[in-house]
Write a protein that binds this ligand. Sequence first.
Ligand code: NAG
Ligand code: NAG
Ligand code: NAG
Ligand code: NAG
Ligand code: NAG
Ligand code: NAG
Ligand code: NAG
Ligand code: NAG
Ligand code: NAG
Length: 402
Amino acid sequence: MNAIATALPVLAIALAAHAWSSPGLSVPPGAVYIDPLEYNVVGANYTQWRNSSIEGFNPTNTTSPFIQIFDPSFLNVLGPSATIRSIASNPGFAFAHEAPVYVPDLNVLFFSSNDGGPLGYNGWYNNSVVSMINMTEVDIALASTTGNVNIQVQTLNLSDTVQMVNGGTGPYKGNLLLVTSGRALLPPSIVLVNPNPPYNATVLLDNFYGRQFNSLNDVKVLPGTDIIFFTDPTYGWLNGFRPEPMLPSQVYRFDPSTGEVRVIADQFVHPNGIAFTPDGRTAFVTDTGISGGFLGTNQTLPATIYQYDVDPATQSFMNRRVFAYADSGVPDGIQLDTLGNVYSGCGEGTHVWNSRGTLIGKFYLNSTTAEMMFTKSGLVILDEETLYLVNIQAQGISLTTL
Ligand SMILES: *[C@@H]1O[C@H](CO)[C@@H](O)[C@H](O)[C@H]1NC(C)=O
Ligand SMILES: *[C@@H]1O[C@H](CO)[C@@H](O)[C@H](O)[C@H]1NC(C)=O
Ligand SMILES: *[C@@H]1O[C@H](CO)[C@@H](O)[C@H](O)[C@H]1NC(C)=O
Ligand SMILES: *[C@@H]1O[C@H](CO)[C@@H](O)[C@H](O)[C@H]1NC(C)=O
Ligand SMILES: *[C@@H]1O[C@H](CO)[C@@H](O)[C@H](O)[C@H]1NC(C)=O
Ligand SMILES: *[C@@H]1O[C@H](CO)[C@@H](O)[C@H](O)[C@H]1NC(C)=O
Ligand SMILES: *[C@@H]1O[C@H](CO)[C@@H](O)[C@H](O)[C@H]1NC(C)=O
Ligand SMILES: *[C@@H]1O[C@H](CO)[C@@H](O)[C@H](O)[C@H]1NC(C)=O
Ligand SMILES: *[C@@H]1O[C@H](CO)[C@@H](O)[C@H](O)[C@H]1NC(C)=O
């Protein structure tokens, strides 16, 4: 989706006086343990100050970026020495928004800039950009300092058939698998991009039986298959770079070998991120209903991750249930680690839930982070004008399709 405003000033107020204690947990330096029991009763003033979905929950008033631990099991995600360090920044340009694709063979991370938001410098008349960062260069630079580094990102010169990239996964048969939101009358599409020069592109799909999609947002491949699943909310229109929507906001399945495309889930406000468990039996779709582009913020709408069973026969999504509701912002892009934990980019950073839907921790950046991706060096968090690397010990599930 597109960036909402940076998180508002964090509340602290009534809670500053509130006792804060750690139950003897040994937490990594820079991490804070927040015992939910300490905050079950906070009194009237607190609620008055945290009355907006885009204000973060930072009861210890800790300076960002830092790590919040809500459940001791988050220590297994972090490892003994997790740090959050900035690896690239470009103040004033939201160069790092979504569509992260990590190519292990190159040790390079690809990603797209914000489309339609204020710091993206694009819209009805201008395309967004796709860039890449060389993680080998990041590793070398980080090894020489304990602080932040600023590695040059390179912008790809993509074909004009690639307009407003907003989602990505892969490598897919050696390529980046991207979805675009389209721009003006140029269609949203699914595209393969060569991760090596000359970065040539091939469009796989750009319509539903002759009708343009609204503005494709995110994509994943069902593990063990080469079948592509993608979401199509109306953010292109809501952010002023696409005409009025002509299809419901829904989730599609595309089989590139037969060309068949069909709807496998609906009943969303704004379907956004998508992910599967590695066994391919469970799917997650986020609904960023709260964020309405020019319609503004409506806190009575979903900021919800839904979980489904994947029908083994039809691959339709069945038995929808709430997996988690994000307490801050909206759950945007979504990724899983090999421990079954679920990560989503929310209002004040990246939130992490265990496989049962318990919030176990946050990487707290005090700003909206739409997406993140596991690399060999750790978890890279896309924070619009900054890329952060968190050197946690948890590893991402494989997103490679051979
Ligand atoms: C969070 O960000 C807001 C601006 O977006 C800033 O005013 C506030 O001081 C920040 N809070 C912390 C704890 O960094
Ligand atoms: C929160 O932290 C900021 C700076 O980090 C400080 O200015 C402010 O007074 C603190 N608020 C409380 C209530 O402790
Ligand atoms: C709530 O805020 C008011 C006004 O600032 C203050 O007088 C009162 O003591 C506060 N109450 C608590 C419980 O912190
Ligand atoms: C939220 O709380 C702030 C601070 O007390 C107040 O200025 C604002 O009007 C409140 N907003 C709503 C929607 O209640
Ligand atoms: C579109 O690009 C042109 C040329 O680079 C630039 O002058 C203009 O500000 C851009 N428009 C927007 C909406 O960012
Ligand atoms: C990444 O950087 C390393 C170290 O400079 C270099 O050897 C490698 O060729 C680079 N990879 C790419 C894909 O540019
Ligand atoms: C894209 O083109 C520009 C200008 O020709 C060039 O400087 C840049 O290196 C190219 N990017 C890549 C990744 O090749
Ligand atoms: C890029 O071009 C090469 C050489 O023509 C071709 O083999 C490959 O399939 C192309 N890749 C994409 C993603 O279009
Ligand atoms: C918020 O959404 C609800 C549910 O769709 C709707 O009834 C209500 O009118 C909306 N509020 C605003 C201010 O748009």
